[in-house]
Design a protein around this ligand. Structure first.
Ligand code: NAD
Length: 471
């Protein structure tokens, strides 16, 4: 029986390993983590992350061929294939601060693998890492173990939160990069055999290590770039009377461009896009390619601009002040169908409104009050000027109320601000909401989920990203 161990039981490690266990009943999968609370949650009825379909998959395999444990060293030493899916955040201090990936967790995992291994192993980079990381990992492993052979593979994960299980069941592609040596090719074959249990052969792409590592950064940069492109257009649409949905539809019909991922919004978020682009920027700079670095930097600048633009639109529409006004924030997660709030644009928008002394009443179906209070009291990291961290005024608790119902959030509010495209927001009784709001009742739709005309007919003053403004 092949034994797989995954280090890191997070948004990637948990779901990917659950699906491998489900699809490969003859493989034993153990997911390990240093976080006791995370492992306890994975072993309970209340999983640590919300992801549609995940509960069912975990229930089917847990205790059979899927296990979650804090006994990291034991399971690493027993495994044939070790996936490393630890966090690789942006460095906040020292060389490369604000851009480079922080590989502290990775290095500590690699040293531990070298330390406890007593047989040859395949070590798989599941985390998103800078190109050439495998070279560093190889050195750490070989210099810290006695005679054990390690083959390093790059197998970046392309799942999107909110559709992780769907993406894992039917991936567009599985990418495996390895050394072009007999050992490297043998390792690729072994990992390919795992995925071949459910992924069609033509979707499994095998490359050299550096192409695989770089492809993950490139894919995220391209995806984020599409969002910044359509968001940049949204500003021009508002200035000219064009409608961004119509423009995106017309542009996306071109088969060279394609229709997916062309929704204008308040901005992208999540733990990956910004981090991975910053990492790409850093790699370009280190390789003497400042023009290429500047090109990708612009994707983040447009994203920041979009968030600021949204806040400014709210304040200027509401007679240039939101001081003391109740604003209902609907949605806080960085996208629908997840409870993840890492880098969510809601943080910047809420902080911008709090800076202007608004009173926020926040509702998100999957985000807790604790998460929101924590996110809003963190300092914003200024990636462009890492030496000058900008401490934002700490959001005073009294200006933020977190409620468990959209109707409660909007009661007596001066404005509604939609920041996540949860399906339930489309079906709210807006007449009832309007009746219970201050007038004029403003609605700022940062995700284009409502029909602006229907809401205008009720009496709302509506602003939708990239759409013609109120007549
Ligand atoms: P996460 O923070 O949710 O999970 C990482 C886990 O690793 C944490 O639970 C942490 O406790 C654990 N960990 C850290 N060091 C450890 C160690 N030495 N031993 C054992 N456990 C350790 O992160 P995530 O969202 O799952 O992302 C993991 C990686 O995958 C990142 O590199 C990320 O860029 C990449 N990725 C993320 C996504 C996504 O949508 N979240 C998608 C594709 C790729």
């Amino acid at each position: 029986m092949v034994k797989i161990c995954c280090i890191g039981a997070g948004y990637v490690g948990g779901p990917t390993m659950a699906v491998i266990a489900l699809k490969c009943p003859s493989v034993e999968v153990v997911v390990v983590d240093i976080s006791v609370s995370r492992i306890t949650a994975w072993n309970s009825e209340q999983l640590p992350i919300y992801e549609p379909g995940l509960d069912e998959v975990v229930k089917q395999c847990r205790g059979k061929n899927l296990f979650f444990s804090v006994d990291v060293e034991k399971h690493v030493s027993e495994a044939d294939i070790i996936f490393v899916s630890v966090n690789t955040p942006t460095k906040t201090q020292g060389l490369g601060a604000g851009k480079a990936a922080d590989l502290t967790y990775w290095e500590s995992a690699a040293r531990m693998i070298a330390d406890v291994s007593k047989s040859d192993k395949i070590v798989v980079e599941k985390s998103t890492v800078p190109v050439k990381t495998a070279e560093a990992i190889e050195k750490i492993l070989t210099h810290n173990s006695k005679g054990i052979k390690f083959q390093i593979l790059s197998n970046p994960e392309f799942l999107a939160e909110g559709t992780a299980i769907e993406d894992l069941f039917s991936p567009d592609r599985v990418l495996i990069g390895g050394r072009e040596t007999p050992g490297g090719q043998k390792a690729i074959k072994a990992l390919k055999a795992v995925y071949a249990n459910w992924v069609p052969e033509e979707r499994i792409i095998c490359t050299n290590l550096w192409s695989a590592e770089l492809s993950k950064l490139a894919a995220n940069a391209f995806l984020a770039q599409r969002i910044s492109s359509v968001n940049a257009m949204s500003a021009l649409c508002e200035a000219t009377g064009a409608d961004v949905s119509q423009v995106a539809h017309a542009v996306g019909k071109d088969t060279r461009i394609g229709a997916k991922f062309l929704n204008a919004s308040v901005g992208f978020g999540g733990s990956c896009f910004q981090k991975d682009i910053l990492n790409l920027v850093y790699i370009c700079e280190c390789n003497g390619l400042p023009e290429v670095a500047n090109y990708w930097k612009q994707v983040i600048k447009v994203n920041d601009y979009q968030k600021n633009r949204f806040v400014n639109r709210i304040v200027s529409s509401m007679f240039n002040t939101v001081s003391g006004k109740k604003i209902a924030v609907l949605g806080f997660a960085f996208k629908k169908d997840t409870g993840d709030t890492r880098e969510t644009p809601a943080i910047d928008v809420c902080k911008g409104l709090i800076d202007d002394k608004a009173k926020l009443s926040i509702y998100d179906p999957q985000v807790t009050e604790e998460q929101i209070q924590r996110d809003l009291s963190l300092n914003k990291f200024d990636w462009d000027h890492p030496a000058h961290l900008q401490p934002l005024s700490p959001a005073s608790k009294k200006d933020i109320t977190v409620v468990w119902d959209a109707y409660e959030a909007t009661k007596n509010a001066h404005a509604i601000c939609i920041l996540t495209e949860w399906d339930e927001f489309k079906n709210l009784d807006f007449q009832k909401i309007y009746n219970n709001m201050q007038k004029p009742a403003f609605l700022f739709d940062g995700r284009n989920v409502v029909n602006p005309q229907k809401l205008r007919d009720i009496g709302f003053v509506v602003y939708s990203i990239g759409k013609p403004l109120d007549p």
